[in-house]
Design a protein around this ligand. Structure first.
Ligand SMILES: [Zn+2]
Length: 85
């Protein structure tokens, strides 16, 4: 199995609750994606994720993690075409 280690390059993130940017890294953790097909070879991706502290004292979200397009858990839901009737 091939293991790919990666980390984001963004120095700050935006709080998903209030939208405030923050560069205060609280900690880091690793998220793993297994069974990622890459030229039919078994690959595991280990992604270092930064967790930021929200700097807005009025915000209820104390910490939030960097978001990556490769993260299936954070893929936004597809918009629906249904119009109100
Ligand atoms: Zn916030």
């Amino acid at each position: 199995m091939t293991i790919v280690r990666a980390r984001g390059r963004a120095r700050e993130g935006g709080c998903p609750c209030c939208g405030c940017p923050s560069a205060r890294v609280r900690d880091r953790y690793h998220r793993q994606f297994q069974d990622v097909p890459l030229a039919a070879l078994p690959v595991r991706i280990v992604l270092e994720v930064r967790r930021f502290a929200c700097v807005n004292a009025a915000c209820s979200q104390r910490t939030f993690a960097s978001r990556y397009l490769t993260s299936p858990a954070h893929t936004p839901a597809a918009p629906t075409d249904s119009a109100p009737s």
